[in-house]
Design a binder for this molecule. Structure first.
Ligand SMILES: NC(=O)C1=CN([C@@H]2O[C@H](COP(=O)(O)OP(=O)(O)OC[C@H]3O[C@@H](n4cnc5c(N)ncnc54)[C@H](OP(=O)(O)O)[C@@H]3O)[C@@H](O)[C@H]2O)C=CC1
Ligand SMILES: O=C(O)[C@@H]1CCC=N1
Length: 269
């Protein structure tokens, strides 16, 4: 199935999705990218996509199967009305904005519009994203298929039936890459403080996180067993984990971290 896409917003996330779609054989000339910034459009243009700085420049006869809104939640209500004509021609709406509820799109586009809210994350840029979607009652199996084509091209996909879960999804997998990047930063700093040269500490930290994550995904063992496999009785790991797990330190910190991001997603709605 070929899918024509209008991508609105070509920032960090828009570019990450675009790269994945093109790598996965969505034809660049089936993609129109709209973004007011010429610099943001340059990469899309070089990939062979059509680019426009404003929806006012979209020609009258234009239609696309899907419009993906990838602008900041704070500007979403100002941005979407300009795309009414595409919705009237039957385009499916996919929004990746944190917090912004499906009802915001229904209020603008009408209750007959098919709206999907998806939460991706930045590893989509290397086709290793986590993408969770929820649709309104107008979303058909055909729409789900279109969404799956786009999202499977850039990562692992899941659907939820309750929109209320999307705030916690955002707090865990949407924001999650930043938590892991910060953990890598902390491991590098800790390695340097333990006496390693910074370049070596960086390589060790990144490779360890990447290898452990791959093992967690590919192994049949649950992650707590994988952790125990590293931990020799009275050995070095036990000494390290006594700090990280003592008083439930990391679990408490992570619980508060995800709760804060989840709450912010609710506020953005
Ligand atoms: N970054 C992430 O990890 C994730 C982000 N999201 C969501 O994705 C969305 C985009 O985030 P992100 O890519 O990080 O943000 P960016 O700021 O990088 O991208 C937003 C893009 O939209 C452009 N833009 C602004 N106004 C318009 C307009 N009227 N029409 C078209 N484009 C416009 C911006 O241009 P300019 O730069 O000139 O303002 C920018 O290029 C947000 O809603 C966010 O919640 C979801 C999951 C993960
Ligand atoms: O920080 C944000 O609001 C966006 C949504 C999830 C990741 N980045």
């Amino acid at each position: 199935m070929t899918v024509s896409i209008t991508l609105v917003g070509c920032g960090n996330m828009g570019r990450a999705m675009l790269g994945g779609w093109i790598e996965q054989n969505v034809k660049p000339n089936d993609i129109l990218v709209v973004d007011p910034s010429v610099d943001n459009l340059e990469i899309a243009g070089k990939s062979g996509c059509r680019t426009l700085t404003s929806p006012l420049l979209i020609e009258e006869g234009y239609q696309s199967d899907v419009i993906v809104f990838a602008v900041k939640p704070q500007v979403m209500t100002d941005v979407i009305p300009a795309y009414q004509a595409l919705i009237d021609k039957g385009a499916l709406v996919i929004s990746i904005a944190a917090g912004t509820r499906i009802s915001v799109f229904e209020e603008s586009f009408g209750e007959d519009a098919a709206i999907i809210r998806t939460m991706p994350n930045t590893p989509a840029a290397i086709r290793r994203g986590m993408l969770v979607s929820v649709g309104n009652s107008k979303v058909t199996d055909h729409h789900r298929k279109i969404c799956d084509i786009l999202m499977n091209a850039i990562g692992t996909t899941a659907w939820v039936e309750e929109e209320g879960l999307m705030d916690a999804v955002t707090g865990l997998s949407g924001s999650g890459p930043a938590y892991v990047f910060h953990m890598i930063e902390a491991m590098i700093a800790a390695g340097v403080s333990a006496g390693l040269p910074e370049d070596l500490a960086r390589t060790l930290a990144k490779t360890t996180v990447s290898g452990a994550a791959e093992l967690a995904i590919s192994s049949a063992e649950p992650v707590d067993v994988l952790r125990k496999n590293v931990t020799s009785p009275n050995g070095t790991t036990a000494a390290g984990l006594a700090v990280l797990m003592g008083g439930n330190a990391l679990t408490d910190l992570m619980t508060r971290t995800v709760a804060a991001a989840t709450e912010r997603s609710r506020e953005l709605g």
